[in-house]
Structures are given as structure tokens and as C-alpha cells.
Design a protein around this ligand. Sequence first.
Ligand code: PLP
Length: 390
Amino acid sequence: MDAIDLKAKSAAHPTTTTAGEPFLLTPGPLTTSRRTKEAMLRDWGSWDGDFNAVTAEIRRKLVAMTGGGEAYDCVPLQGSGTYAVEAMLSSFLPRDGKTLVLMNGAYGQRAARTLDYLGRAYVPLDKGDYLPPLPEEVDGLLEADPDITDVFVVHCETSSGILNPLQGISDVVHRRGRRLIVDAMSAFGAVPLTVDEVPYEAMVSSANKCIEGVPGFGFVIARREALAGAEGRSHSLSLDVHDQWAYMKRTGQWRFTPPTHTVVAFHEALLQHEEEGGVPGRLARYARNKDVLVDGMRAMGFETLLDDAWLSPIIVTFFCPADPSFAFRRFYDEIKARGFIIYPGKLTEVESFRIGCIGQVDEGVIRDLLDAVREALRAMGVQECGPSRD
Ligand SMILES: *Cc1c(COP(=O)(O)O)cnc(C)c1O
């Protein structure tokens, strides 16, 4: 392998990486700005007024981002995103209800598994790896089964990168008088989602996705009425969204030790999100990243899993080349040696890999990545990048 000067490479992007650190082209944790990292160089008392003010401001800004006004509130919760999803499911789905779980990948499946653990009734609509659940299908299922009380949907299914047709699904769910809960984990902050258009009961996201913070907590944004109605419903003390909400309202504090450094870093990330122009500003940068990435990869002969209509500005799945010289592990290592971390695929049927468009990266970084891909293919002796045809 040619010698690669990672220090020189990252020096070209001084606002993000430290010398020698690779870019994370992954859907969280992702590359954060220096400013966000530097916010963590201080210790905070979890009960202290200064820290409580940071928590309060984060909650306020997140509700503002949804256009939720007084009708909605935000409840942050310790743990990775999955903890917040489980907390949301256990707190907002009635114990005697029945949920239609829309699945087209790993995160929809994980929600169904969670409901198995919780012992809550559900029916799945499983579209496999790469097809969206369509509003008319949801409509048919709701019409046929009046026992369904709630519908769960993943906004961007990160396992393929597909952006599900949330608006159409929401319209159908509300026309049929059912409730909607949304896993907007990987899209919130970059793909518009406001409660005037999608009036969900609750939605969930986390610190280390499109707001560009570091991992450590998730947050549920829910209608205040639904929050009040969630009292006594969760199976779990630590995942009880109502209890966390009630305690925060009363004391301004988190119930149990908060990830203080993560919280202040997230606050700093939110300020940068505003400075970039909020959701539209972030969407514009990520969409540009996606376009440059997809055009560049296609020009080399790679194919995307999804048709253009379903591609998200969050993460893109590419088929592995059928060329016998290609092996994902070697490809990964070659690209990592050039300063970029990519992501293995999560499809059940075919070999694939994923490249994220989110985090503190711009099209200049994506162009450098494309150079690294070209060099990696040359080093491996890969001639053709098209996938296998069978
Ligand atoms: C990241 C993500 C989650 C949560 O995953 P964690 O690894 O627990 O943070 C849930 N749903 C979606 C769609 C995601 O992208």
C-alpha cells in the first residue's frame, strides 16, 4: 500500500478532525466538530443550576424544531437510541392496545422484538429489505382490523437508507382515527418533521445522529396529553418516560445520573445546527453530500440498492462489486488507511456496504472519499464495480 499521510489529510479539515483521526461516514456515532468536542472539557454537577439550564434549553429548542409549541414536550433519556425507542414503546402504547408495526429493515424489526419482550400485541407489515410501506397498504390494514389502535413507523430506515413515505402514512393513520408513533432517530434535524404535518403522539431521536452530538442519550418528543396519559404504563422504572418527565418538570433535573458531557456537547451542537440554518440548512449540506457521493460512485460503476426516489440524504447502500478481486474487509481497510470509516451492509440477501452522508462532513470530504475509493479499487485490482446479476 502507498504511504498515506493522514496527518496532512486531516489538517485540510481543521474544524473537525484532530490530526490522524479518520472521518466517520457512519450513521452515528459520526464526525463531530471540534467545537462540540471541546464543549466536553469541563465537568458539571448534575444537580447544579447551570447544568439544569442547559437541559431546559435543549428541551425547549428541540420542541421548537418540531413546531410543537405548548402542546408538545421533550423528555431526554439516558442510553443509546434503542433505550429511548423501548421507553417510547412501553410508555405510549396502551397495554391492551394493538400496534401495526411497519417494517422494512433492522430498526422496524427491533421495534417488533421490543414489543415481544414487552408482551404488547402487534401485527407486522414486513416489506423486506428495500421496499417502503405504502400509505394505501396501511389504509387497507387499518380498515380490515379495527382492533389496531396505534401505528409505528421508522422515518429513515437506516439499515438500507430508505426514506419512508411518512407524510402519506400519517395522513392515512389520522384519517382512520388511529395514533402514530415514529422512530425518527436517523432523520430528525435534517429531514423536516413538524407536528402540523405529521401530528404524532410521540417520536424519538438521539444525540449522535443529525444534530451531530456524541452518543449518550436519546429524547422523546410527545404530545403533553399523551405524556400525562402514560403514567403507570411502562414496565420499567429506568425507561419510564412519564416518570422522567414528571421529575424533570418538578426539579429541572434528570432522575438518575445524566451523561453530563454528552449533554453539554449536544447543546453546543444545537447552536451550530441553528447557525447552519436549522433543518433546511442541514438538509441542504447532507443532500449535496449524497448527490456527490452517489454520482461519484455510479461513475465508477457501483450501483445503489434503492431507486433514486427512495434514496435519503442520511446514508446510502451500495452493492458490493461482483468482481472476484473485491472483498469488503480489504476494501474497508484500504479506505480506513486513507482516512475514512465506512459501514458494512445490513441486508439479509445480498452483499452490500453503506456510506453515511451525515456528520461534520461536506462535499469536499466526500470528494476525498471518492479518491480513496478509486485508490482502494486500484490497490485491490478490482476492474468492474457492478454487482452480481443473479
Ligand atoms: C441509530 C438508530 C436507532 C438507535 O440505535 P442505537 O444503536 O441504540 O443508538 C434506532 N432507530 C434508527 C432508525 C436508527 O438509525
